[in-house]
Design a protein around this ligand. Structure first.
Ligand SMILES: *[C@@H]1O[C@H](CO)[C@@H](O)[C@H](O)[C@H]1NC(C)=O
Ligand SMILES: *[C@@H]1O[C@H](CO)[C@@H](O)[C@H](O)[C@H]1NC(C)=O
Ligand SMILES: *[C@@H]1O[C@H](CO)[C@@H](O)[C@H](O)[C@H]1NC(C)=O
Ligand SMILES: *[C@@H]1O[C@H](CO)[C@@H](O)[C@H](O)[C@H]1NC(C)=O
Ligand SMILES: *[C@@H]1O[C@H](CO)[C@@H](O)[C@H](O)[C@H]1NC(C)=O
Ligand SMILES: *[C@@H]1O[C@H](CO)[C@@H](O)[C@H](O)[C@H]1NC(C)=O
Ligand SMILES: *[C@@H]1O[C@H](CO)[C@@H](O)[C@H](O)[C@H]1NC(C)=O
Ligand SMILES: *[C@@H]1O[C@H](CO)[C@@H](O)[C@H](O)[C@H]1NC(C)=O
Ligand SMILES: *[C@@H]1O[C@H](CO)[C@@H](O)[C@H](O)[C@H]1NC(C)=O
Length: 487
């Protein structure tokens, strides 16, 4: 009885602490993949967001630091831009004169203090967050009217960012207008962009998380709001394992790396999407170089190290609480022997970063209402999109994949649609997915079982059921949708 009362009062407390948030609000899911963008000759990878009226569609790269959502003006690439391949790297272009809903905000004071080399203007504009689970379906859009946008005309900043920093104007607007439960946000960056060289696409969920995208109980960390990268973790060990898993070498081991007098202390790594590689303390980088025979390289303009000889193994990053993130062989070294580990100068005082290479392996869930964030192993080959509300101050829960018997017992839609984002389009999409999934499942099941034991790690970059898409159009000036061939 006492425990029941305890339970009830805990429930009441819990209910009270979340009372300010409407956790019945559905989240807004915005996928990340390659598509045609406004006035660019190539497909670009990013979050599917349009702006203006009529829509000028963009592919925006998520930034965990930037507070403003930024776009490139057409003049951005004209003079001396430092951005490489500028006309195909800004995620699209924006022309405010072609939009009927743009109003300039004169003398606007930027919320982005770090990285200030910016010339351009600010304004109020309609943002269009597109949700589409399936290429065969049309996208549905969530309008965010009169939202603050930053339009870059010149400078070293990279435009084409959806700003989800700690003072994100987009999250603020969505939350203040009661369109999502609160200022919560989740990200899987994916690997379908050139530097990562993979094919798995990513997603943003505003006010929610995709419960099909991660496994296990997520690990909780506190944000450091004083940093412009508020999400950082402490790293206590880094282990290199060969392909047979029987030779583990810690880069922190002073018995192996005898020029170290003692075991190095743990260090803080800031999670960022602003760079791909991982940057580590000088001594650890040195140990990596000597262990794997790495050398300087700058093929990607990010000083990632290259191995002289191929290495078919993994690198595991062990966080303070024991959570371990493993870079599989095809991420640790690509076909050209390029690693995602950045060279480091002995005298450098720059922070240590866990870049997009790290985020390609984890699902990140940020709660800016309580300044906590969560990390969990990402499910790369997910067949299901399961957006859930991320109620502030709660812990996201992974979707538990039912086995086939459970599917049958629970009947058709129940298991799929239960707790899934609403809207007829979504239900229809999920239903199609379910049918496809059931049909393919039996034939796949056996193959999967056979494969499973052999390769648990090597399968990260390929895709279970890669849908086939029409090839890119010759002339991509007009944005079109990728269409999936009917199965
Ligand atoms: C909470 O959100 C739900 C779903 O959007 C809505 O039906 C309900 O009216 C909202 N409640 C309040 C108090 O705003
Ligand atoms: C990701 O999206 C692209 C379209 O931009 C598509 O070609 C590719 O197959 C998708 N990858 C997966 C794993 O679905
Ligand atoms: C571009 O660079 C050239 C040479 O460095 C300089 O003369 C010119 O003023 C620059 N243009 C702009 C718009 O900054
Ligand atoms: C975003 O705002 C936060 C304050 O909430 C600030 O610490 C951070 O530096 C800002 N981001 C950038 C890129 O300036
Ligand atoms: C957006 O701003 C315009 C002009 O200030 C105003 O007329 C309109 O009502 C605003 N819309 C919303 C949804 O706030
Ligand atoms: C590896 O990186 C090089 C860099 O030039 C690139 O050309 C190549 O396509 C990459 N390979 C893979 C498999 O990603
Ligand atoms: C790497 O090692 C794994 C496991 O031993 C093996 O299956 C795979 O073929 C190897 N890959 C290469 C490129 O040697
Ligand atoms: C090496 O590390 C892996 C993963 O952490 C572990 O499974 C394996 O048992 C370790 N091997 C040895 C020899 O310690
Ligand atoms: C932008 O994307 C939306 C959603 O798919 C689409 O309806 C619209 O036609 C696109 N706009 C342009 C100019 O292609």
């Amino acid at each position: 009885m006492a425990s029941l009362i305890l339970y009830l009062s805990a429930t009441v407390l819990f209910a009270q602490s979340t009372i300010a948030f409407n956790c019945s609000r559905k989240p807004i899911y915005v996928d990340i993949h390659k598509r045609a963008v406004h006035d660019s000759p190539v497909f670009q990878y990013g979050s599917f967001i349009g702006l203006g009226t009529p829509a000028q569609n963009q592919s925006l790269w998520p930034s965990l630091a930037q507070n403003h959502t930024s776009f490139a003006s057409h003049v951005y690439c004209k003079d001396n831009s430092t951005l490489k391949n500028c006309d195909r790297s800004t995620g699209g272009f924006f022309n405010q004169q072609e939009s009927t809903t743009f109003t300039e905000s004169k003398n606007f004071k930027s919320l982005d203090v770090a990285g200030t080399d910016f010339k351009g203007f600010y304004g109020q504009e309609t943002l269009r967050l597109y949700t589409h689970f399936f290429e065969t379906d049309g996208a549905s859009q969530t309008l965010v009217e009169n939202s603050t946008v930053e339009v870059a005309e010149q400078g070293s900043i990279t435009p084409g960012r959806v700003g989800v920093g700690s003072s994100s104007t987009l999250l603020r607007d969505l939350s203040a207008r009661d369109m999502i439960a609160g200022k919560t946000y989740s990200l899987y960056i994916g690997q379908g962009f050139a530097r990562a060289g993979g094919s798995v696409n990513g997603s943003n969920v505003f006010g929610g998380y995709d419960s099909g995208r991660f496994t296990g109980v997520p690990h909780k960390y506190q944000m450091n709001i004083a940093n412009s990268n508020p999400m950082s973790v402490r790293i206590k060990d880094i282990v290199i394992t060969d392909s047979k898993g029987n030779a583990n070498v810690s880069l922190f081991d002073n018995k192996v790396f005898t020029d170290m007098k003692s075991t190095p202390s743990d260090f803080e790594g800031q999670i960022t999407t602003e760079q791909f590689p991982i940057s580590l303390p000088y001594q650890i980088t040195k140990n990596f170089i000597s262990r794997l025979g790495a050398e300087k390289d700058n093929t990607w303009g990010d000083n990632s190290l290259r191995l002289k000889n191929a290495f078919n193994g993994t690198l595991s990053i062990v966080l303070e609480d024991g959570f371990t993130v493993t870079l599989p062989p095809e991420v640790l070294m690509n076909a050209s022997n390029i690693t995602p580990i950045q060279d480091r100068d002995e005298k450098s005082t720059a922070p240590f970063y866990l870049g997009s290479a790290f985020l390609g392996q984890v699902y990140l869930m940020a709660d800016y209402e309580s300044n906590n964030f969560f990390l969990a192993p990402a499910v790369q080959k997910n067949n299901m999109v399961m957006p859930q509300t991320f109620c502030p101050k709660t812990t996201p829960e992974a979707y538990v994949r039912p086995n086939q018997n459970q599917w049958q017992r629970q009947g058709l839609v129940g298991a799929v649609v239960g707790g899934v984002v609403g809207g007829m389009g979504a239900i229809a999409a999920l239903y199609c997915l379910y049918i496809t999934w059931m049909r393919k499942k039996d034939e796949r099941k056996l193959k999967k079982e056979l494969r499973k034991n052999r390769e648990s790690k090597m399968e990260q970059m390929d895709v279970e059921e890669a849908p086939s898409f029409d090839p890119p159009p010759k002339n991509a000036a007009k944005a079109i949708f990728w269409r999936r061939n009917k199965m």
